[in-house]
Design a protein around this ligand. Sequence first.
Ligand SMILES: Nc1ncnc2c1ncn2[C@@H]1O[C@H](COP(=O)(O)OP(=O)(O)O)[C@@H](O)[C@H]1O
Ligand SMILES: [Mg+2]
Length: 314
Amino acid sequence: MRYLDPKIISVLDEKLSLLNSYRPLPQASVRKLREQFGMEMTYNSNAIEGNSLTLKETFLVISEGLTIKGKPLNDHLEAKSHTEALEYLYELVDKDSRSTISERLIKELNLIVMRDIDKKWAGRYRNSNVIIGGADHAPPDALDVPSLMQELINWARQNRKALHPVELAAILHHRLVNIHPFLDGNGRTARLAMNIILMQAGFPLAVILKNDRKKYYRMLAEADKGSYPPFVRLIAQAVLRSLNIYLKVLTPARRGRERFIPLSDLAKDSKFTGKYLNLLARSGKLDAYKEGRNWLSSKEALKRYLDGRERKRE
Ligand SMILES: Nc1ncnc2c1ncn2[C@@H]1O[C@H](COP(=O)(O)OP(=O)(O)O)[C@@H](O)[C@H]1O
Ligand SMILES: [Mg+2]
């Protein structure tokens, strides 16, 4: 069974292998991209569910620890919790790219996302029936949730190889919100769970934009009726968007414009020792990548690091 047009699949795979051909990726750039996408996803995923913070405000709350006057406390807590869930997700993916999706993992994600909002029900399946605001779909009876969840995980494990990761991630997402196992936070939990599958396959974080909320709800409703391709395509578009941004940021530095040389050479006409540059590279502060046993970086990367340090001092 194919849900995605083979042409879209080959575009996805070609872009992914292009990205993979640049590995190991310069750590400082990857960290920045992760920060940017993390912030974007926290904003968009929460905003889809009615959180009133803007992208800028989300940034201020997360990065600067500010509170936004006139905005609900819960909206602040949601931004914080979602960021924690993403950190957990990255940790998981970095640690073991093979760990599979499980009920426990899905519950953990819901726990992190919801614990500051609803201590009692965060991370636990619901025991009463729910409705989804703005949707016609009536989620199954609470009594059926445990068996449906078990079935979903079995399905995901059985189809890990048969489906393309983007198909697997998208359908898991739909089935999860269709079951609606939790009292609240189902959407956010599903978007995180979907990203575990994507990231384990090497794709960057895929963000469903708040601007696409109507389309997203419409395609979910279509999937409820058994028509999956539109929703899977929507997810594929989100993945492509992220891939394109990653490629744009990560390609030019390694191709032509910048010359990556061993740190010992770079140290020669700088005020730093090779040893110190090595430390900067390893800690991800300096854009660098490892080739064999040697770290490589460029004059431009060193300048970017120095400029960044200046800015911090100001
Ligand atoms: N027709 C539908 N069928 C299944 N799920 C849907 C449908 N419409 C919306 N949803 C999902 O329900 C989510 C809202 O459920 P909710 O538990 O309130 O999650 P959250 O609090 O994270 O928004 C949406 O984000 C969406 O993923
Ligand atoms: Mg909700």
